[in-house]
Design a binder for this molecule. Structure first.
Ligand code: CA
Length: 226
């Protein structure tokens, strides 16, 4: 993997400096932005591979920055840093297009593990184009087509679809989905899996098409080979 460039958006200088030092030692090229405004300029200039984003910032908050980013069509992986116990912040963060979250205070090793996992998901792909029936995904450009028509999927829906496509013909368990789409400490949102899968089904199926995603009772989900 090439040297990943990270943008760290964090207003607490002491924390930012310690993360900067740690991440640089791990071989990442890291830029620090102490506000959303500064982050915007940095990201526009360099187009980093991954963003670590504190949600509570002076001026524009992190969620606002994130929504704006996704609104402009950027699929850059984003890990949000949220306050302890703020379930609402986490849910809003994920809804707004975050790929993962970490609750403060966190151990550096945990942040590092999340960054590496996210980078693997986004940047290492054994085959760039996946095909199942008339469904196609370019896993590098994160674009999806059904019967030649491009679909509009959220980053998380794309991750879920990629998992199903890579395992076509086999059952994908709820645990696998949680692991890939939400990370290790997913617990209170388990009903979100059904919501996500149903939304994904609606997006990829068209009138008259057979649903490609089948629910396997008590086990999980399965993508038909077509
Ligand atoms: Ca903060």
């Amino acid at each position: 993997m090439h040297c990943l460039s990270l943008l760290l958006v964090e207003d607490e200088a002491a924390l930012a400096h310690s993360l900067l030092r740690g991440l640089t030692e791990e071989g990442f090229a890291v830029d620090w932005a102490p506000s959303a405004e500064a982050a915007e300029g940095e990201f526009a200039r360099k187009g980093h591979d991954l963003i670590v984003l504190d949600l509570r910032l002076p001026g524009r908050d992190g969620l606002d920055f994130l929504r704006d980013l996704r609104g402009r069509g950027s699929a850059v992986p984003v890990i949000v840093l949220t306050a302890r116990g703020s379930v609402e912040e986490r849910v809003t963060g994920l809804d707004s297009g975050a790929d993962d979250y970490l609750v403060k205070p966190f151990a550096f090793a945990e942040l590092l593990a999340r960054i590496k996992a996210l980078a693997r998901r986004h940047f290492v792909s054994p085959s760039p184009v996946l095909k199942v029936a008339d469904l196609e995904m370019d896993t590098i450009r994160r674009k999806v087509w059904r019967a030649g028509r491009e679909l509009s999927l959220s980053p998380k829906e794309t991750i879920l679809l990629e998992l199903l496509m890579r395992n076509a013909g086999q059952v994908v368990t709820r645990d696998m989905i949680v692991e890939v789409a939400w990370g290790a400490d997913f617990n209170e949102f388990t009903n979100l899996i059904e919501v996500f899968v149903n939304r994904l089904r609606q997006k990829i199926d068209y009138a008259g098409s057979e649903s490609l995603i089948v629910t396997v009772r008590g086990a999980g989900y399965l993508m038909r080979r077509g």
